[in-house]
Design a protein around this ligand. Sequence first.
Ligand code: NAD
Ligand code: UFG
Length: 338
Amino acid sequence: MAILITGGAGYIGSHTCLELLAAGEEIVVLDNFVNASPVACERVRRIAGKDFPVVTCDIRDANGLRRVFDRYPVDAVIHFAGLKAVGESVKKPLEYYDNNIGGTVCLLNVMREKGVKTMVFSSSATVYGASNPVPFREDMPTGGTTNPYGTTKFFIEQILKDLCVSDPEWSVSLLRYFNPIGAHESGLIGEAPNGIPNNLMPYIAQVAVGKREKLFVFGNDYPTSDGTGVRDYIHVVDLAKGHLSALQRARTVHGCEIFNLGTGKGVSVLELLSAFQKASGVQIPYEIAPRRTGDIAVCYADASKAETVLGWKAERSTFDACRDTWRWQKNNPDGYGL
Ligand code: NAD
Ligand code: UFG
């Protein structure tokens, strides 16, 4: 049997492919390469020493999806494919709703048609909104999202919950990621954003490698220890391993389950900056800038459910993630050369 990985050429997808291959799973990658390069899949093959099929297909293309299910013995789907830029989603809401929600509904229809009813879905801590106290627990209310990207995650979660209520044969794992950072220790795969990075870690890494002049710290007047925003930064390899645990669980338990994938620890912008400087030996110039619209002060997980139910917990430190990001960025200053 094979696992279909939608968005498998992307940042988290490529790291997850490696972990699945290492665990002896057969995989099929499906991606339309809107935000990824086929080079990432070549690198995964090289690290793993294993081959696997890579299909260029859009998740909104039902016939293309049918051909994939007809050709390969898919028994489960890990669904990463989606657009993820918060700011862009505010400017292009229809594109985000069409790609993320329309694409997911199309994929689910074809899965049902082909009798494949197991899915692990990439959700986000953004579904908790701004009004819950930290740490965020899976049973806290969701919604109140502040941008169309976040709303697509909230809606897709609801669609998957409804589907599981309608048909008890479905097994769905909703994984709420906190802030993935880092790269594989080989330095061969990592995060390769197009244009100016939206997220903190890739921005720091590009300053370190000389592609950007300085970091802008968005606000130093939050109610946190040093006034800068606090997040739960999780090493992408730990996150990737979490998918393996969730998949094993979904293969044995029916219904919809939700898991936070985070470290349970909050780290401020200035703390992350300091860890990166230590790990890389590079000084990062920075300037305090106004708060970014839509940002919350503090976001970190209660990660105990994943540990109790899945037997998974994050093992790598912030320092490890900075060291691995630096190795990737130094060796690949232009990412995959997109
Ligand atoms: P990414 O952009 O690197 O990966 C997404 C992949 O999906 C890309 O390879 C892209 O080409 C592909 N894709 C997009 N639309 C597609 C479509 N219509 N058909 C086929 N392929 C398509 O992003 P990532 O950081 O690896 O994130 C993976 C998933 O995790 C996304 O759903 C994202 O929203 C979610 N997530 C990411 C973060 C984060 O901070 N990186 C946090 C929470 C949730
Ligand atoms: N930040 C800066 N300067 C930058 C970029 C970010 O100071 O150039 C700060 C932000 O203000 C925030 C922290 O760094 O305090 C982290 O910001 P990121 O953009 O890296 O991450 P967010 O927590 O804002 O958002 C991420 C993903 C979203 C996801 C959310 C919750 O980008 O897709 O986590 O999971 F929805």
